[in-house]
Design a protein around this ligand. Sequence first.
Ligand SMILES: [Zn+2]
Length: 152
Amino acid sequence: MAIRQIRLKGDEILTKKSKEVTVIDDKIKELASDMLETMYKNDGIGLAACQVGMLKRIIVYDYSYVEENSPKKPVVMINPVIKSRSKSMIVVEEGCLSFPDEFKEVKRHEKVTVEYMDLKGNKKVLHAKDIEAVVIQHETDHLDGIVFLDRE
Ligand SMILES: [Zn+2]
């Protein structure tokens, strides 16, 4: 495992669309575990692969901080696709490891249903709400070259 360098504001990789992962090999597994380590090291809640310079549709997150003294709950999603979104919206102040000094209130769907593969290649469906839904929307946006500052 290794800490990877985070790409910052102005790096054009943050505006590019990432490619689907076709084979979950050791390189992808290593990338995912490095992404988690990099995220934790930088006190982040989520990270997309493009933020460490890899245009692959992989996101990681852990929102367990919302409960005090909760154990870590790392999540890795390969090729996540948001399949449905609630009509109800929530506004949360967001930040991003690629924009360390910027924060913005962003309106997001309160609930989303996301399909993805885990690191074993199993297809999964997750119904997420509140902070977890916000994190998933923020991170999947990165896979399409969209950052939170682009959102209203
Ligand atoms: Zn971000």
